[in-house]
Design a protein. Structure first.
Length: 166
């Protein structure tokens, strides 16, 4: 698949059968919900900017293993220039969205897992790196957004902080 457009991204999210709750209430249409839509629009911008020729070198990269052009958010940094372009890309996205554009944690996780799985395999003779690379190619081929999240493993999030059990 070629790089997705922002509209293709929005439609891909619309097709997901998900159950979303916000402030304890079920959200029937999360794609168009006024509280959620600004975040979705920020992610959309990462796809739209990748389509603009003047931003191609910042928003995309050629994967050296496959020769395919991929969204930089799905790319492993291999050089100093990759890191410089990452920072410039993040600045551009910040200027265009004036908010968090949601994909940095996923990109950073890919880079950490790339080296970690390689080192683990080297020491223990496992196949984690090969599995990771298969997943990375899947993400790159689909131009998917992979992200991270902060969770609260303790307590009931429907309760106010002062109502949380000890």
């Amino acid at each position: 698949m070629a790089l997705m457009t922002g509209e293709q991204y929005i439609e891909s999210i619309r097709k997901i059968n998900m159950e979303v709750y916000l402030f304890g209430e079920r959200v029937e249409n999360p794609v168009d919900h006024p509280v959620l839509r600004p975040s979705l629009n920020s992610v959309r911008m990462t796809y739209d900017l990748a389509q603009v020729p003047e931003y191609q070198d910042l928003m995309t990269a050629v994967d050296p293993d496959t020769g395919k052009r991929v969204n930089r958010f799905c790319h492993n940094h291999r050089s100093t220039q990759d890191l410089i372009n990452k920072v410039k890309m993040q600045r551009l996205c910040g200027q265009k969205t004036a908010s968090c554009f949601q994909r940095c944690v996923g990109m950073d996780a890919f880079n950490a897992e790339y080296s970690t799985t390689y080192e683990v395999d080297k020491v223990y003779g496992t196949h984690y790196h090969e599995n990771f690379l298969k997943f990375l190619r899947y993400v790159q081929d689909g131009d998917l957004t992979v992200d991270g999240a902060m969770t609260d493993p303790k307590g009931d999030r429907s309760l106010a902080p002062h109502e949380q059990p000890d």
